[in-house]
Design a binder for this molecule. Structure first.
Ligand code: PMV
Length: 322
């Protein structure tokens, strides 16, 4: 059976970093994110008789060995649930750059989970799909539900999944992604999660996460941009403090990343509502209310080193397409 799904990446407002269980990808702390409507992964899965192995294609050509292995590992989980031994042909494409801090693994594994479960004849509820996506890539569990999403730490595998806090239409926030480097990062997030515990600051970040989660939830519910900016930037800087103090150290920023951070803070002091957030990559997500987006966009485009600025509204859930 064949099925196709689309999922959006998400930007974490309070970020996930590090697992308390690596195999089950049970996070050390809860996280909150916003789906990114204009960016997507589209994935078709077709379980077929007569295949000797899974065949994975990306952007019309054969996928690399690493991507194929990760996809196949995830299909194995779905085959086990469906009690099937059929291999699949997978065709996947993205409309944004891969592996550079724009959460491509989140949209990829959310789309794969939704398409593969449907193709395997499994009718799972959203929370089960989210839980399953989590096993492939933590942040993927947040790309299953719609809009503004929270991933609960949970007590174990069965209750660590994401659900929607607010629909995308609740707040017309815009994410302007200033792309300064389109190349995939040298060290993957999966590797990074494993070294998180080596940072002397990590424990502190985990212990203080509940306060940031509460501040983030409140700022979204109240549509309080000032409070959101404060918590989003603080969480991002705490994450990158952990990264640079881990063994081995992880430094994802480029000089233009720092230039954008400094300008964003200056613009906010001058009255433009804008806040930065950076995942595991050099590219900078700039959040701003929709009516300030045109001014913010003009300013971001003028910064030397900014190759392009992707623009997006809050996004919907992972869905099957016809
Ligand atoms: O889901 P992963 O393993 O790609 O990790 C995502 C980590 C961050 O993007 C840095 C933070 C987050 O919560 O998305």
């Amino acid at each position: 059976m064949r099925a196709t799904a689309i999922a959006h990446p998400n930007i974490a407002l309070v970020k996930y970093w590090g697992n308390r269980d690596e195999t089950l990808r049970l996070p050390a702390n809860g996280s909150i994110s916003m789906n990114l409507e204009a960016l997507f992964t589209r994935t078709a899965v077709d379980f077929q008789e007569g295949l000797a192995a899974d065949e994975v294609r990306f952007a019309g050509g054969p996928a690399g060995a690493e991507m194929s292995a990760r996809v196949s590992e995830h299909l194995g989980r779905i085959r086990a649930l469906a009690k099937s031994s059929l291999f699949a042909r997978v065709d996947t494409e993205n409309n944004f750059p891969l592996g550079c801090g724009i959460a491509s693994s989140a949209s990829a594994f959310a789309a794969l989970t939704v398409a593969a479960c449907a193709a395997a004849g499994l009718a799972l509820e959203e929370k089960q799909l989210s839980r399953l996506a989590r096993l492939a890539s933590g942040s993927a569990c947040r790309s299953v539900p719609t809009g503004f999403v929270e991933w609960q730490v949970g007590s174990g595998d069965s209750d660590s999944f994401a659900s929607s806090l607010l629909p995308p239409s609740y707040w017309n926030l815009r994410d302007l992604v200033a792309v300064v480097d389109r190349r995939p990062k040298a060290v993957s997030s999966s590797e990074g999660h494993r070294s998180a515990w080596s940072s002397p600051f990590y424990r502190r970040r985990i212990d203080s996460a509940p306060n940031r989660l509460e501040a983030c939830r409140r700022s979204l519910i109240d549509r309080d941009f000032g409070r959101l900016a404060e918590v989003v930037e603080q969480d991002c800087l705490l994450l990158h403090s952990v990264l640079v103090t881990s063994t081995p150290p992880l430094m994802y920023w480029k000089p233009s990343t720092v230039e954008i951070i400094q300008r964003v803070r200056r613009w906010r002091d001058q009255g433009l509502p804008i806040a930065f957030s950076i995942d595991a990559g050099a590219n900078v997500h700039c959040l701003t209310p929709g009516d300030s987006a045109p001014a913010a966009l003009d300013r971001l485009r003028e910064i030397p080193g900014v190759l392009e600025v992707l623009q997006t509204d809050p996004g919907g859930p992972a869905v099957l397409t016809v």
